[in-house]
Design a protein around this ligand. Sequence first.
Ligand code: SF4
Length: 418
Amino acid sequence: MARYHIETYGCTANRGESRTIERRLRDGGHRPADGPAEADVAILNTCTVVEKTERNMLRRAEELEAEAGDLVVTGCMALAQGEAFAEAGVDADVVHWEEVPAAAMNGECPTTTPDAEPVLDGVIGILPIARGCMSDCSYCITKRATGRIDSPTVEENVEKARALVHAGAKELRITGQDTGVYGWDRNQGESLLPELLSRICDIDGDFRVRVGMANPKGVHGVREDLADVFATNETIYNFLHAPVQSGSDDVLTDMRRQHEVEEFREVVDTFDDRLEEWTLSTDFIVGFPTETDADHELSMNLLSEVRPEKINVTRFSKRPGTDAAEMKGLGGTVKKERSKAMSELKREVVAEAHESMVGERREVLAVRPGTGDSVKCRDGAYRQVIVQDAEARGVAPGDTLEVEVTAHETMYVFGRPV
Ligand code: SF4
């Protein structure tokens, strides 16, 4: 669990993005700090309207870098002049708004609190299915607070899912620190996730299911059953978030990640075999203390090979009290160079995937209001499609519609209702 400090400059849209970031951090179990000096990570959401603002942003970034454990810069200036921070000697992760929560979490899993109850947020129902995990990653400060997996029964979770659907949830988000090991404590070390999903899909109602973060080890043991449940139930978005963190088995061992690269590949191959179209989302930690140049190359090669459409790249930073914090770290320049190289490769891979969608027609579910008069929608593989002029077009969260993809951006595509 990290403590964060967030500062927002500029317009209403920026403030809205900050609220979304905060909500996702809090959903992930992270808490606001009493000012930057108390924070594990500071987040600077920038504006770049006039030159004076830019100078102020750079100065504020320098101050926050000195005060907080770690700095993430986002917002308009990060997008338009991201290189200005590095040129001014500021050591920060410069990222798009959407990527801030992952960058702030530093490779850790989202946390659910002991009393985590289902929440209905607009038409999105959030269902925590278990608390805790079965790992002991050397860089994680969350584990100590949450402990080993503690899974309610399948029946209990199905009842909570049913209540959310009856309350109006159109998108049910199955969450947990590691959804892939749900049930290990009840079922002799074998995941009950496929059974739970299949039972949830039997609930009467018009809704979709998104499966949250699942580490490769837990998924590997049930990969065939899980891919089959996805394939036979249209209700489930064809989307899997399995954070590999490194393409090197040596680094994975030092991270105490439990899986090997080959097991991750086997998960990907199984989903490739059984699903016509699906989205792989994964995470990489760049610059772990024991990562060599050759290890970094292995991560780059893995990314090129499996081509995930959603990728979180986190530059490693030490969290006090973790075993990884005791390891002799790499220099800031090495970490920066590796993170830059991987972020560039990521942009190429993601742009290629989004570009290939332009001109296609897709059925999407509108899930949330977006910036200005837009609505965020999801297609069957959980790709984000933005529909603009939503009010004039009569599109609101909860609606299902067909769109033609007209253009793409770094993180999403734009769609026009047809
Ligand atoms: S799986 Fe690893 S990173 Fe995630 S909560 Fe458990 S110990 Fe932490």
